[in-house]
Design a protein around this ligand. Structure first.
Ligand code: AHR
Length: 656
């Protein structure tokens, strides 16, 4: 463990800035391009886990807005004031509205005062002083009723920090909305909906959104969280999962067609992470699909990422029920895949292209890849994969199919899929690794001997686990992030084989998570980037366009003295980029012989380091481990620098 090494080092009374006696001389051949780096190389993987969507990036503040949780009033409480009285009935109209069966019938039974209900939000509601909020509701007055609504935002100590009035007028369902400002910044506000005037009113889709969202789209996404994604400049966005694609059972699989269009027609389902871990039960975790496929595609487009949807292939999660769709009933699943491609790329003359146009996006989303299954394994997957692949390739030969290699990077299941898919000429193989930091350091050469003519590799989910996979004690600490950086030099060196990579999972609510570690943590108001995020960001922003050789005694740099390195050219900016990782407890004095280029006298350096492997960022200290900029002199054809212990350094040298 780094921490142990660090303590030993310090107790010996030595200074960490001590330099190795003999500088290592590395050689870079900037005029010998090894391979281009795909634009997709470093991307992001979004899954609705840890309250990532509802309660997270989807900015809706009301939990259980349409009363579709198993306990339809979960998140809501009834209240009375000033002599008011009433009661609530939960109505199930499933025959009429199977996609949104529940609503509430509120009986206001007293002439005076108010009767109402309050929503607690997702671990509270985060609201900001001076910002505007939009309250909306589907409502229907019953008979001659003229029930009035008074909405209030309650902050700390139950103080009213925003309010508005609204009177639904129709005897048929209609949507009403009103805006108001919050007079305070509060992390755990709640929303009260007071009803007054004797009578009966039906209510559904009770919603509160900030006006300020990502690109200020109404009913949109949390701007601070999407900005963090944009700041990575990801090459692709893999969505919507993960295991939620599969569902614990097939009934709860992700169905993209149910995630588009009017939000009151998107069928809510339980989130499969609701009950997954006994130690992190989340009984109030559901999927409203307010963040649905249209929003995923648009977000990908906004942040310049290639969309990579993953679809259910007729299999529920094999860690759970492993339910299978019989082979002769696979057609609807395959049709979903074909229709999705048409939805993304078809023009207005096609059925699904027209729907996309009608939803406000006439331009295609330029879908080039599609995942068939998430993390499947076994012959039952191969059987289904073959049918999917044939159907997709027949109609859309240019769409690349991402094929799963199971949950582990080795072993019987991995070998079976790896051999089979290679023999079947698969396009892209999706490898997942959740392992100890040591595994990442030891596997920097993993792809050095992969078949250069075989399928491309997508490192679709990976993260170093400080304790053990699925342990709630895992931390996003510097030891893990640095190990990932070491490993990523190996991904980049092998960019002719590895075309995409993404850390997993992406988001976690500090009070609502099930899985750790995660790339970005947030509460209702703020968020912070982990050291792992900064590693991802540094690699992505500095990937360059082409790999060039960086060697030590004619060998790649993958663990010698605990050091790892890669070099690339950026043909767009005419720069040479060096990424150097020192995972050791000793500072390194390194020199690079710069062959094949002629560089300006000063280079830019970004350093991410900490002398403590346990160091982590937090909401209170978000930049404990974060990049630091500096410059360094370049001496003609030689660049020499000190690399601190436990450091990732990125150097950009501009050609003259
Ligand atoms: O990232 C968390 C989970 O890990 C994903 O849902 C699944 O694909 C993997 O097992």
């Amino acid at each position: 463990m780094i921490r142990k090494a660090f303590l030993t080092f310090c107790s010996a009374g030595l200074l960490l800035s001590a330099q190795a006696q003999t500088p290592r001389i590395y050689t870079i051949q900037a005029d010998k391009i090894k391979t281009p780096i795909q634009k997709t190389m470093y991307g992001i993987f979004f899954e609705d886990i840890n309250l990532a969507a509802d309660g997270g990036v989807y900015a809706e503040l009301v939990k259980n807005r349409s009363f579709e949780f198993n306990m339809p009033l979960m998140g809501w409480t009834e209240h009375k004031k000033d002599g008011g009285d009433g009661r609530i009935e939960v109505i199930n109209r499933s025959a009429e509205r199977p996609e949104n069966p529940h609503f509430i019938k509120a009986y206001v039974t007293a002439d005076a005062g108010s009767f109402g209900l309050a929503n607690e939000g997702f671990r509270g509601m985060g609201v900001k002083e001076g910002e505007e909020y939009s309250f909306s509701v589907m409502a229907k007055q019953n008979g001659d009723a003229n029930v009035k609504l008074h909405v209030e935002l309650h902050g700390d100590n139950d103080a009213t920090i925003g309010a508005a009035d609204l009177t639904p007028t129709d005897k048929e369902w209609n949507r009403y909305s009103v805006k108001f400002k919050s007079s305070a910044t509060v992390k755990k506000a709640s929303l009260y909906v007071w009803l007054s005037g004797k009578g009966i009113i039906d209510l559904d889709m009770i919603s509160l959104f900030p006006e300020h969202t990502w690109k200020n789209r109404p009913g949109g996404l949390r701007a601070d969280l999407v900005q963090k994604l944009a700041d990575i400049k990801p090459g692709f966005l893999r969505f919507p999962g993960g295991c939620i694609v599969e569902g614990r059972e097939l009934n709860n699989r992700y169905q993209w067609k149910k995630s588009i269009g009017d939000i009151d027609k998107r069928t809510n389902i339980i989130n499969r992470w609701n009950t997954e871990f006994k130690h992190r039960q989340t009984p109030d975790y559901y999927q409203t699909f307010g963040l649905g496929f249209m929003e995923y595609f648009m977000t990908a487009e906004d942040i310049g990422a290639s969309p990579l949807p993953i679809l259910n292939c007729g299999m529920a999660c094999e860690f759970n029920t492993g339910e299978l769709v019989p082979m002769d009933q696979l057609d609807p699943y395959i049709q979903d895949a074909l229709d999705l491609i048409e939805f993304a790329n078809g023009d207005v003359s096609t059925k699904w292209g027209k729907l996309r146009t009608d939803l406000g996006h006439p331009a295609p989303f330029n879908l080039k890849m599609l995942g068939v299954g998430n993390e499947q394994w076994g012959p039952q997957y191969v059987e289904r994969w073959k049918v999917f692949t044939k159907a997709i390739k027949t109609k859309y030969p240019d769409v690349k199919i991402v094929s799963a290699l199971g949950p582990s990077p080795d072993g019987k299941e991995f070998d079976l899929l790896n051999t089979t898919f290679r023999s079947l000429g698969a396009d892209i193989l999706d490898e997942h690794y959740y392992a100890a930091p040591k595994w990442f350091r030891d596997n920097a050469r993993r792809y050095d001997n992969y078949d250069r003519k075989g399928p491309k590799i997508f490192a679709g989910e990976y993260a170093a686990q400080s304790v053990a996979t699925v342990s709630p004690e895992n931390k996003n600490n510097w030891e893990c992030a640095l190990a990932e950086a070491a490993f990523m030099t190996g991904l980049e060196r092998n960019a002719d084989v590895v075309s995409m990579a993404s850390y997993a999972p992406l988001f976690a609510h500090v009070e609502g998570w099930q899985w750790t570690p995660n790339l970005i943590w947030f509460d209702n108001l703020n968020s912070y980037a982990t050291p792992n995020y900064y590693v991802q960001q540094l690699f992505s922003l500095n990937k360059g366009t082409d790999v060039v050789p960086l060697t030590l005694s004619n060998d790649v740099v993958a663990g010698q003295d605990g050091c790892y390195a890669t070099a690339s050219l950026d043909k767009n900016t005419n720069e040479l980029i060096i990424k150097f990782v020192n995972t050791g407890a000793t500072a390194q004095r390194v020199s690079f012989k710069l062959n094949g280029g002629s560089y300006q006298k000063q280079a830019n350096v970004i350093t991410l380091s900490s002398d403590n492997g346990s160091a982590a960022n937090s909401l209170d200290n978000p930049k404990a481990v974060s990049p630091v900029q500096s410059t360094i002199a370049v001496n003609g054809k030689l660049l020499s620098m000190n690399v601190e212990p436990y450091a990732l350094k990125v150097v950009r040298l501009k050609n003259k």
